[in-house]
Design a binder for this molecule. Structure first.
Ligand code: HXC
Length: 508
């Protein structure tokens, strides 16, 4: 008996060695943690329970039968983050470059199936040379099995990908179908075809980092949501993010005790809006002053800065926040902002996270490039996302809410539950000057100036909208947190269902 216990410990120790000392040292030399070290940072101390530690590949080609490493390049199992269950897989680059074999895929599928059955998030740590070349089509089949589960799990359990090494070819499509992607600067990359193929086909010369590094994907392509300096930062941020998310779409929201009073007044907000309508201000300030303890987990902070998206808490309960940012492109909605916010709104709606929207939007961004690249279709994504959302929706218009963008930004007409406006709000078809120049085309400069002042007096305020019931109440800026908190309390029991359908046809 004792012998078999010792033998088990020996086999475990061997499996924990992965690809061995030399390859572990090479991993460290690249500034990367090993698959197991990463799980230690991600999960609560001592909470990791491994599965399938002794799984081996089944390949006999290219001398593979002589190269068998227990675990086959991926560490899988479950653990907790702040006491809450999550399922995890962590690809081990020291074993066959973390490449995905049929059995490696089966391990990932097993924990995904369990996560779906019990209703718990899946977190994948990706660090892989792609398809196990020796296995060929068996590996491709493995990928597709994972893809299928990514799709079935979407909207049921949160899925988070941390890309912490290579992720290339079709392998990119598993992270791409998860809810959020984090990347590590200088040590991770994602691309469908690498720099060599790009050079051969298009003659473009580009580095790995420029083609598909963390900065590229969090600024230009928006494939990834957040970029971090190193593995530890990324893993700790993943812990933070999970604290805002429910375990599943059926589980209810996680709550955390908060010492921040729901009725905390913020007199400084009364002077947040600058005297001139063309002067910007930082919408982050409003968000920080409204949420608990100023804690805002921003999603895609480096892309489409004209709209802010992220998670905060009010009275200890998570909310999704969407806010126009006057500091960038005057807060206009453009293609990138519409896509960014639409995806965020749909995530919140899928997981029953209430949405708080702060509006200061002068309209859609004009331009040939915007039109030719499809602002109509992309803008419609955001409109569609808000309109289909059935979660509690609270909207606060701080300043401009012009034209179609007024409608889009969680207006009353899109089933906004509580639509508030500050006294500084201007809710109109367009800005006064533009409006007057159309209605009074060709008139003298003096008359235009006079008519503009007249138009401003009439429309550059929240009261016309309030008189029609489109705005439920004009509120003092300093009481915004109290209003939002009380609103969310009221809406806790909200029940609303869209008509039955197989699924909708959002303009993709
Ligand atoms: C089997 C692999 C492998 C792979 C790496 N290795 N990739 N083994 N299948 N795909 C092994 C290497 O043989 C090596 O083994 C170890 O992992 C480390 O690899 P190195 O090349 O030494 O590391 P590095 O210099 O850091 O380069 C990493 C790399 C490179 C850029 C990822 O290994 C590489 O280009 N690999 C091939 C990538 C690729 O073409 N994959 C298939 C893509 S197609 P030893 O024993 O020496 O440590 C694809 C399709 C998916 O993925 C489709 C899904 C639908």
């Amino acid at each position: 008996m004792l012998d078999s216990l010792t033998r088990l410990e020996e086999r475990r120790a061997e499996a924990r060695q992965g690809g061995g000392e030399r390859r572990i040292a090479a991993q460290h030399a690249k500034g990367k943690l090993t698959a197991r070290e990463r799980l230690e940072v991600l999960l609560d101390e001592g909470s990791f329970e491994e599965l399938d530690m002794f799984v081996e590949h089944n390949c006999t080609d290219f001398g593979m039968e002589a190269q068998v490493i227990p675990g086959d390049g991926v560490v899988t199992g479950s653990g907790t983050i702040n006491g809450r269950l999550v399922f995890v897989f962590s690809q081990d680059f020291t074993v066959f470059g973390g490449s995905l074999s049929e059995r490696h895929a089966a391990k990932i599928c097993k924990i995904m199936d369990m996560a779906l059955k019990v209703g718990a998030p899946v977190i994948g740590l990706n660090d892989s040379g792609g398809a196990r070349i020796q296995e060929g089509v068996a590996s491709l089949g493995g990928y597709a099995e994972v893809f299928q589960r990514n799709v079935l799990a979407s909207g049921v359990v949160p899925q988070l990908s941390l890309v912490m090494g290579p992720c290339a070819g079709g392998a990119v499509y598993s992270p791409a179908m998860t809810d959020f992607i984090f990347m590590v600067k200088d040590s991770s990359y994602m691309f469908v075809t690498g720099p060599d193929v790009v050079k051969t086909v298009t003659n473009e010369v580009v580095s790995q980092e420029d083609l598909g590094g963390a900065v590229t994907h969090t600024t230009k392509s928006s494939v990834a949501d957040c970029a971090f300096e190193n593995d530890i930062e990324a893993l700790l941020a993943a812990r933070d993010l999970m604290g805002f998310l429910p375990a599943s779409n059926r589980s209810g929201l996680p709550e955390r005790a908060s010492g921040d009073p729901f009725d905390r007044l913020e007199p400084s907000l009364d002077s947040l809006i600058p005297p001139s309508p063309n002067q910007p201000y930082d919408m982050h300030e409003l968000i920080a002053k409204v949420v608990d303890e100023a804690e805002f987990f921003e999603i895609q902070p480096d892309h489409a800065g004209n709209i802010l998206t992220g998670f905060g808490r009010i009275e200890g309960r998570p909310v999704g926040i969407v806010a126009n940012q006057p500091m960038v492109l005057a807060g206009c909605l453009d293609i990138n902002a519409s896509k960014k916010a639409a995806r965020f709104v749909r995530f919140c709606d899928a997981f029953e996270i209430p949405i708080v929207t702060f509006v200061d939007v002068p309209g859609f961004l004009p331009g040939v490039a915007q039109e030719h690249n499809g602002i109509i279709k992309h803008g419609a994504k955001l409109l569609f996302a808000y309109a289909e959302a059935t979660v509690p929706k609270i909207t606060v218009i701080t300043r401009k809410a012009y034209g179609g963008a007024y409608d889009v930004m969680a207006s009353k007409h899109l089933r906004g539950d509580l639509n508030y406006a500050w006294p500084t709000a201007e809710i109109a078809v367009m800005g006064a000057k533009g409006a007057v120049e159309i209605i009074f085309r060709g008139r003298s400069a003096e008359e235009i100036a006079e008519r503009t002042a007249q138009y401003e007096r009439r429309f550059a305020n929240p009261f016309v909208a309030a008189s029609k019931g489109f705005i439920d109440e004009v509120v003092m800026p300093h009481s915004t947190r109290r209003r939002v908190a009380l609103g969310l309390r009221k809406l806790r029991g909200k029940q609303l269902q869209n008509p039955w359908k197989k699924h909708d046809n959002i303009p993709l």
